[in-house]
Design a protein around this ligand. Sequence first.
Ligand code: GLU
Length: 486
Amino acid sequence: MSIRLRFAPSPTGYLHVGGARTALFNWLLARHEGGAFVLRIEDTDRERSSDAHTQAILDGLAWLGLDLDEGPFFQSEGVERHAAQARRLLEEGKAYRDFSTPDELRVEAERQGIGHPSVLARRWAEEMGDEESDRRAGAGDPFAIRLRIPAGQTRWEDLVHGPMSFDNHDIDDFVILRADGSPVYNLAVVSDDAEQRIDTVIRGDDHISNTPKQILLYEAFGWDVPRFGHVPMILGPDGKRLSKRHGATAVEEYAGQGILPDAMVNFLALLGWNPGDEEEVMSRARLVERFSMERVNHTSAVFDTEKLGWMNGRYLAAMPAGDVVPLFVEALEADGWGGDAWSDREDGWLLELVALLKVRARSVNEMVEQARPFLGEVETYEESASAKQFEKDPAGTAERLATLAAAFAEAPEWDEEDLEEILREVAASLEIGAGKMIHPLRLAVTGRGISPGIFDVLVLLGREETLARVANACKHLSRLGDGDVS
Ligand code: GLU
């Protein structure tokens, strides 16, 4: 029988990167083993759950490309079954009624110096006897149902942590059905996992303490216990649990920042898993091929946004420019640019701009930032670059740029090779290094100290625009020379 895994988020918020990583590990294992990936929405907390959050989770999974084989199932739809199963354990004597209120139990346990109030609940149930218990239940007295925890040890072989063992003495006879008839979380999870024939449960480390209780429930029901694997927590770079303080924690925020889904998937896969060698940039197919629970780390993983940026840059650089164009245009529009910023340009101009920018940007949004000088006028010159390139010798710089511009004006072809040749000739005639021409030229035409290769920039700007920008820079330089820095 092939493996069946599930992702079981509670729809009480957006899809957090921790949840996304859990979903991904389940999905990778399902795809690696040719099994099924099931989604179950754990919406029993009616106050905190919402349809909007369910939709955000579905959207997040779709954006990441984690396709479902079954579901979404909704936990709230199984409440009748959960309750019926709790009553079944009661009938079989594996659970008992507790007619006390939680307060009563706590106060009395404290008075008697009993650490686990449930010890008292069990004692009261035994003292009451079945007959009286049935009579009170028949008379409509409200009661909770508690699982009778047997003596012994509860063990499992965790797929991440290896052998795990809990002394049952440390586990309360916990309530499985509340006095108001609502099932508790651990019962609902076990009942649903059994109903959906889940045989492997991969979830966060924060659920380890639930696992012995759930195993005891499986055993009480006489059902096969699934395999469990608890994946390590995700921490921020400061070693604290990942939270808003560390930046974006919602998957959709990363989408908004221009992160590509494939890069996000690759990055998340490496949060707590490693292939055992140096390979880092792995396609989805490659991840599916290599993923195994054996190589999931026991210790926490650190969410390093620098690395995510690096990873995204690698994916962006490798993508065909044509595929990046629509993403780029979308990001431009989100940034307030309209089509008129490029509509006058020749066909293919945008594609060339994208090809130039994508190899040096870490995200589509960073491309938008770097595209500004190509889309709009140069209005200001970056301060630190200006201090170096313009302010030291404004008059001399203006003169050299003017000489260069005059030579450019005569260029037979406006292409990289010709422009480079011209620049080198002019530099040689002025007896200066090419760098002494390139840096002020870059500042003149982009307003910045850093840009893609200068000759690529010039070609993309075109002759007219380049010459106009150099002329503007010369005017600015002459004002600087006159001591007017405005
Ligand atoms: N609903 C639980 C959560 O969001 C997960 C339950 C499970 O994976 O067993 O933390």
